[in-house]
Design a protein around this ligand. Structure first.
Ligand SMILES: [Mg+2]
Length: 346
């Protein structure tokens, strides 16, 4: 079969400028990939490159021709393992670029089967989960306002970005505006181990569910120090990139947080999920600031997970794609009425 592929850079302005401990984003840039078969089906995916992992839209565009030549050479949209292994042989790094192709291929394969991706995988949509909605770092008035907006929009689970001098005030403000919400915290590596133990103790006073990446990614001793003393469960995000990282973090955290833009695709994401479970960890799926062209695929992993943080497209002012319905954050796989990942251009 002849498969043809193309890609295109898209600018995605955010509803509000989004700040985490590392910096601020006002507009995200993704690269959308489309793969067509000869039967009128098109699979769509997107790369949301992160400078933190050494990628930009420029590096994605630089390697996509080599990745897509593997797709065209294999020429079978159902040969997911062969194509993903082939891509890895050509480009070992650049996970966001490989993820975009993996997503588009899975979308195409499921569309050809006439099934939503979760059904193509045989997963039970009744096991789906509710995603958190993220409150970025901001001045106190804006934190209060964004929390109020999120609660009014029906979000019941909030993720609060910390890593500032005002961490407790931010948390107190969110809790005040959202007394009934489930609250998670993400420090994005900002704390020292000692500081983390103290801050997590404070977070427990505000009834926080768990704390993500308290200390620097490679500080495994620090992670262990925090884990032994922490008042709350700990999730690894920056410390957990691919399945190969799981054994190293297994006794040092409680939850592994995967992202398609770190694993380089859906097959490695599933490997990470099963590896983490075998090591006794709970598993969560997060995202970058991503179009629904990418988020829609991650939604189909929800039945395999314990927590989802898939609000990447909910933070956008304008997304050319729409994916799995996520009213109030619930990943409504049963409400999806079309095959593939569900990503369609508006
Ligand atoms: Mg995180």
């Amino acid at each position: 079969m002849t498969l043809t592929a193309e890609f295109e850079r898209v600018a995605l302005p955010l509803e509000h400028a989004f700040t985490i401990a590392r910096g601020t984003t006002a507009t995200a840039e993704n690269v959308v990939v489309r793969i067509r078969d000869g039967d009128g089906n098109t699979g769509v995916g997107a790369a949301a490159p992160s400078a933190h992992y050494g990628e930009t839209v420029g590096t994605v565009e630089a390697v996509l021709p080599d990745l897509l030549s593997v797709v065209e050479r294999v020429g079978d949209p159902h040969a997911l393992a062969r194509i993903e292994d082939g891509m890895r042989a050509v480009v070992n790094h650049n996970p966001a670029a490989r993820a975009a192709v993996s997503i588009a291929l899975h979308d195409l394969a499921a569309k050809r089967a006439g099934l939503p991706l979760y059904e193509y995988w045989g997963l039970d949509p009744a096991d789906s989960l509710t995603s958190s909605f993220t409150i970025g770092i901001d001045d106190m008035e804006a934190v209060r306002e964004k929390t109020r907006e999120a609660v009014d929009a029906g979000y019941t689970t909030l993720k609060v970005k910390l890593g500032t001098e005002r961490d407790e005030r931010i948390l107190a403000t969110v809790r005040d505006e959202a007394p009934d919400a489930t609250i998670r915290v993400d420090a994005n590596e900002a704390w020292s181990p000692l500081e983390a133990v103290r801050k997590i103790e404070t977070a427990a006073d505000y009834d926080v569910e768990f704390v993500e990446q308290p200390v620097a990614a490679e500080n495994y001793e620090g992670l262990e120090f925090v884990h032994e003393r922490a008042a709350l469960p700990i999730a690894a995000d920056e410390s957990c990139v691919t399945a190969a990282d799981v054994p190293r973090i297994a006794d040092r955290v409680d939850i592994a947080n995967l992202k398609l833009m770190k694993t380089g695709g859906l097959r490695e994401a599933k490997r990470l999920i099963h590896t983490a479970r075998a090591h006794g960890l709970e598993v969560m799926c997060g995202c970058m600031i991503e179009s629904d062209a990418a988020i829609a695929a991650a939604c189909h992993l929800a039945p395999l997970l314990d927590y989802v943080d898939l609000d990447g497209s909910l933070l956008l002012a304008d997304d050319p794609y729409r994916g799995v319905p996520m009213d109030g954050g619930y990943v409504d796989l049963e409400g999806l009425d079309r095959p593939g990942t569900g990503a369609i251009e508006e």
